[in-house]
Ligand binder design. Structure first.
Ligand SMILES: [Fe+2]
Ligand SMILES: [Fe+2]
Length: 278
């Protein structure tokens, strides 16, 4: 089926002229007549930037949360105030207490910054699933992403609190949105904590579509070793990606390397960016 996909980035660490930048991510995806909001940014920048772009968030059809971290879920309250009743697709582990350890002494809470009840009172209807959720025949969430590459590892400073003990966060809640178009897969990444290559390989497997046209969003390479960045480049070339729009937790060093390797395939996907695929 002939398909067009519009991708509009409402919130991101860096902003285009006239928009607010904020550490986090929020991407509006329009495909097959649906408007799906992937993540909501850290606070009010997604709502602010949507208004600036003339986007009426009361017309969105779904929200998908890529994981529980506050820089992706913190804007949810502001968005729900505009949408009212709304299906929010996510993995059940978004509700585990999540922390980051920035030094030996302290761990900072970085989980969903609102009680579930408050969000539900504003209209959130949580659809929590470990499995992929099919939104249309061609649009689905990834469900849990298997970690198969050797070099894509979780960060050991990202933690959960379980039975009063800090443990490494397995980030099983890390989801992507997959759109299976006639020109190939379009994959929207949140942080890609489980690895961009793991995510794209999983999307190929789930859909039976080998062609990956675009990956847009966070790649979590900002603290990656040179070795991981280089391996990622090799595998992205093997996958044959046509558009690589990185955001958020990609970081300067990985972005520079990817830009150098992928030339016109690469772009920085900042707040205020809006384009149509293919
Ligand atoms: Fe994250
Ligand atoms: Fe993030």
């Amino acid at each position: 089926m002939k398909m067009e996909v519009r991708i509009t980035t409402l919130s991101e660490n860096t902003a285009n002229y006239g928009f607010l930048g904020e550490w986090g991510l929020s991407i509006l995806v329009e495909a097959e007549g649906l408007k799906i909001l992937v993540d909501t940014g850290l606070s009010f920048s997604a709502v602010h930037n949507a208004q600036k772009m003339g986007i009426d968030l009361s017309t969105i059809d779904r929200i998908m949360l890529s994981h529980g971290h506050a820089d992706h879920t913190g804007g949810l309250r502001e968005v729900l105030k505009i949408t009212g009743e709304m299906e929010v697709i996510a993995h059940p582990d978004i509700w585990t207490a999540k922390y980051v350890r920035r030094n030996q002494e302290t761990a900072q809470y970085i989980g969903v910054p609102f009680p579930r009840e408050e969000l539900e009172s504003l209209g959130a209807r949580f659809n929590l699933a470990r499995e992929p959720v099919r939104i249309t025949d061609n649009i689905m969430t990834s469900g849990e992403i298997p970690m198969v590459t050797v070099y894509e590892q979780l960060e050991n400073n990202l933690l959960i609190m379980k039975d009063s003990v800090f443990q490494q966060d397995p980030l099983a809640d890390d989801l992507a949105l997959i759109i299976n178009t006639d020109f190939g897969l379009v994959v929207i990444l949140g942080c890609a904590h489980r690895g961009i290559v793991n995510t794209l390989r999983h999307a190929q497997k789930l859909t039976g579509q080998e062609l990956v046209y675009a990956a847009i969003g966070g790649t979590h390479l900002f603290r990656a070793s040179d070795e991981r960045i280089e391996q990622t480049i090799v595998d992205l070339k093997d996958i044959g990606i046509q558009k690589l729009g990185v955001s958020h937790c990609t970081g300067f060093r990985a972005s520079a390397r990817l830009a150098q390797e992928f030339e016109d395939v690469f772009f920085l996907n900042n707040a205020g960016t809006s384009f149509m695929l293919p």
